[in-house]
Design a protein around this ligand. Sequence first.
Ligand SMILES: C=C(O[C@@H]1C=C(C(=O)O)C=C[C@H]1O)C(=O)O
Length: 415
Amino acid sequence: MLSLQTDHQISIFDGLKVQDLWAASKQLGFPSALWRLPHTNEINLLISVREGIRKCQPELEKLSPGFIISKFLWEDEQEVLFLEGDIILTFAEGGLLDNVRNNLGEEHSEVKRLVQLTEDLALESVSPSRNELYETPNADSIDPKTRFKRTVELAVAAIRQNQFKKVVLSRTRELSYSDDFQPVKAFQKLAKAYPHAFVSLVNLPEQKEQWLGASPELLTRQNSGGAFTTMSLAGTQSSHDKSGHLIPKYDIRWGEKEIEEHALVSRYIVECFKKIRLREYIETGPRTVLAGNLYHLRTDFEVDTNALNFPELGSVMLKLLHPTSAVCGVPKIPSMKFIAEIESYDRSFYSGFLGPAQIGGNTSLFVNLRTVRFKDGLATLFAGAGITEDSVPEKEWEETELKCETLLQVIAATF
Ligand SMILES: C=C(O[C@@H]1C=C(C(=O)O)C=C[C@H]1O)C(=O)O
């Protein structure tokens, strides 16, 4: 449960639907974010009633309530995008408005404009749209599978030459969508299908992009009770057998490659704690966890920041952790350089981080994985896989296919 700051009184937002509010915010050019935290039913909608998005240092404990989103390429002293939480609405399961935090007041002209447009759009949206995605022809001279497998071969060769131990290589898959495609509907389907994931939709008007995702990976969480949490998530296999049945967790066996790949990420996190001489963490795992159509190996790390009198641990660890070796590699610098040279596109917000900051005293940032960017009629899915010395290119390709399927299985279906 989210801790709520205000009791719900009668408000001008009563009766408004998430999809109409989303459409109105988008039309007005207001940055906005919609999210559902893992293992909760509440849907949160944040609307920044202003043009443009603030940039800030992620000094998490000093922030006002808002939503953070950062690109993969983010270094220590750089700023991240911060969507100011002017209006934060919480909806219970079934879409009923549960809580309103409106910093601007109901008389604010932009708030009134937002509500008016939402009501107008609600009257217009009578015919349910068909949410469909279509394959686009491959414009490249070389097919994506051959290209990706080639990059894996090059990575394995670089590892054998001791350039680095592990690198996470990614690829994109592009689909087109029609004008009436509603990412909010896709968000709602994802939220239902993946209770364990952080499901989010972010509208970035300046970039003219919307990012939808169902991330299984927490980067940092600091809650109002002082608990800091992070996790190592690496090692992947399909959760379903060839006939489409869910394989029970106790039947899952992990190979040496996955165990080593996972251990590299856990070791990386422990090294980050060591850098700040922090020994008082509790490590649990590795365990097998379900993430949609996949199983992963996961180890959790927890620290009581109150006991250590270390309230800024979340900010300190964010800078040390990102990008973890679950999305970049070991060691960080040469693997990052390899990614920049070999991947033929900009990762942008994929494998960056995002999440609500200082809402009810809690900040939860997730790695932006299992994600799709909607821009100019093109839906771009991003998926990566950890490459080690023992990687088999065909298997790594299949892993990225399965990762794309996590979203496609749910959102590509006709409504
Ligand atoms: C890179 C991705 O996922 C990451 C890589 C994993 C792996 O290599 O086994 C598993 C989980 C994530 O940490 C992705 O989903 O794109």
